[in-house]
Design a protein around this ligand. Structure first.
Ligand SMILES: [Zn+2]
Length: 186
């Protein structure tokens, strides 16, 4: 009888332990995903901060202050800022220069593992270039009602079907730099 009780006790406690483990694992999983999501948010802000640094370089050189970085496996593989004045080239947008730099760096004509961060909503030309690059993600900061692609492309999705979009990261900072630039110009 005593042995029987002991076995029963062991069984119950092992079941409880099992349940407890399930509970813990599920909690851990949910914490992990929450953490991962939070890390992704933090990452997006960090890399947009880096794109803003590029935009600030453009600002200092009297170029429209737009900056971009391209990230693969959490490493920045390309940085660029708008250079249309210096290069006398109306297509020398930050995104185009960053894409070319990334292709060269990786020795590849597609960037399916890469995320492109740009401080301002990309124009129609840049979105066309991004389509061909097959980027994994595109993240931009401030919207651009005048020159952004959306006033032409909406309601269509002009990026590659596999590309994911995120907008509004450090939106205020990105917009402020543009606003200050154009106020200074007037
Ligand atoms: Zn552009």
């Amino acid at each position: 009888m005593k042995k029987c009780r002991k076995i029963l006790h062991n069984f119950i406690s092992s079941t409880k332990l099992y349940e407890k483990n399930i509970f813990t694992v599920s909690n851990m999983l949910s914490a992990f995903f929450h953490f991962k999501w939070k890390i992704m948010l933090l990452n997006d802000e960090y890399y947009m901060q880096q794109a803003l640094r590029e935009a600030a370089k453009a600002f200092e050189q009297d170029e429209i202050p737009i900056g971009a970085v391209i990230v693969v496996n959490q490493k920045i593989i390309a940085r660029a800022y708008n250079m249309t004045e210096q290069l006398n080239d109306s297509t020398a947008h930050a995104e185009i220069l960053a894409l070319t730099s990334a292709y060269n760096f990786l020795g590849s004509k597609y960037l399916p593992e890469a995320t492109l961060y740009v401080t301002v909503e990309p124009c129609l030309m840049c979105v066309g270039a991004m389509y061909w690059s097959k980027l994994s993600r595109v993240v931009w900061g401030a919207d651009d009602e005048k020159n952004g692609h959306r006033h032409v492309t909406e309601p269509n999705f002009p990026f590659h079907p596999k590309t994911k979009i995120r907008t509004g990261i450090l939106k205020a900072e990105c917009a402020l730099l543009m606003k200050t630039f154009f106020q200074k110009r007037r």
